[in-house]
Design a protein around this ligand. Structure first.
Ligand code: HEM
Length: 367
């Protein structure tokens, strides 16, 4: 036996590698009609991995102190070997993660994957989406630039419109009356420890749920199996006669991941400052309010909503209602039909929602 084969045999006796490969890879069957949209979850796993690795590397030189934070980031960009690359990957990656998350959510909605019995997949996913927005918001403050400082001032300010607890909440978030060194300390702890741990745990829960209930059959394309789920007892949705995860679907996953990486590195190398307005290169100055301060692109729709309503509280209530509606959508949209063309009301709301989001984002950008 060759040395490699004997190592494999040694491991096989102890871990049951053959059985694992058969159960989890070659014998793990997916619907024949599965499409590329189902690989966005794997793309998200890769993005999360890249964010964790680049984040750890940035921590080697970043200093979470209001006096030193901006200088430490400048040092990373100018003096540390490949520091600029690591920082750009982390900053561009956070924006790309939100974009891919939105696509993953839209594809789940379009194909009706959120429907019974996958309500929990949706709900864990929706919480994940909000946590990713939270980790982006807390990360925004860390470079301690004019942009960081004033964007955080505006974002935390809007919590003040909530009746009764509003002012207390603002001070709790900021660690004082104004954004300052205490805000940086708490945002840093939340950004590098709390949220990565919670997001990691929730991704685990999201994948566990997927593994228990099984991948859904897309509502279009070849139908090799019919769902056997009746709604009153647990049934794993299996796909006899489907395609194996390894090597067939893994190839699709790898293709999507490579396409993602190609786009990601194009932005990092050819247009790295696309997400950085000029105020991102000026150190924070609490006494100088910049003329234009805008949140990141994915918060522009929320920002504009707050502006169009006569009171900030009304704007916040509308946003809260929209988010609650989205979170609970599997419990509201309960029909069994999953084909988008056979759900005209859904399709109208789906297209209308996308147009509204894009429209408000563009309006927020130019307002
Ligand atoms: C860090 C964030 C996330 C990661 C890493 C992740 C990962 C995954 C993976 C690997 C799958 C299986 C393959 C696929 O269908 O793509 C999946 C499925 C699913 N995800 Fe996510 N996801 C995330 C966020 C979300 C969000 C924000 C939502 C919606 C609010 C969501 C809803 C779903 C649903 C409903 C499924 C089941 C798809 C089906 O079986 O048809 N996920 N996710």
């Amino acid at each position: 036996m060759s040395p490699l084969k004997s190592i494999y045999h040694w491991l096989n006796v102890r871990l049951g590698v053959d059985e694992l490969v058969e159960k989890r890879l070659t014998g793990y069957l997916l619907p024949r009609s599965i499409n590329a949209w189902y690989s966005l979850g794997s793309v998200l796993l890769v993005i999360f991995g890249i964010q964790v690795v680049t984040g750890i590397l940035l921590l080697i030189y970043y200093v979470p102190d209001a006096e030193k934070a901006f200088k430490s980031v400048t040092y990373i960009m100018n003096d540390v070997h490949f520091g600029w690359l690591i920082r750009m990957c982390h900053a561009v990656g956070s924006n790309m993660m939100v974009a891919v998350l939105l696509l993953h959510m839209l594809s789940a909605l379009f194909m009706g994957s959120h429907k019974s019995p996958r309500e929990l997949n949706w709900v864990t996913g929706f919480i994940l989406f909000n946590l990713v927005l939270g980790i982006s918001l807390t990360g925004y403050l860390l470079p301690w630039s004019q942009l960081s400082f004033w964007a955080t001032t505006v974002a935390t300010n809007s919590a003040g419109a909530i009746p009764v607890i509003g002012q207390y909440l603002v001070e709790f978030l900021r660690g004082g009356k104004l954004v300052g060194p205490h805000t940086l300390g708490r945002f840093f702890a939340v950004h590098v420890v709390l949220l990565p741990l919670v997001i990691g745990a929730l991704i685990g829960a999201h994948l566990f749920l997927l593994e228990r209930i099984g991948v859904s059959t897309p509502p279009f394309g070849q139908k090799e199996t019919k769902s056997t789920w009746q709604g009153d007892e647990f049934r794993h949705e299996s796909h006899p006669g489907g395609i194996p995860f390894f090597p067939n679907y893994l190839l699709q996953d790898v293709t999507s991941i490579l396409i993602y990486l190609a786009i990601f590195f194009c932005v990092v190398f050819f247009s790295p400052y696309i997400f950085f307005p000029p105020t991102a290169f000026v150190p924070a100055d609490p006494f100088k309010t910049p003329a234009h301060i805008k949140p990141e692109w994915y918060f522009l729709a929320n920002y504009q909503t707050l502006k169009v309503f006569p009171s900030e509280l009304l704007g916040l209530m509308v946003q809260g209602a929209a988010m609650t509606f989205l979170a609970l959508i599997p419990f509201i949209d309960r029909g069994k039909e999953r084909h988008p063309l056979k759900r005209p009301l859904f399709l109208a709301c789906f297209i209308g929602g996308i147009i509204l989001f894009i429209g408000m984002t563009i309006w927020g950008h130019y307002s």
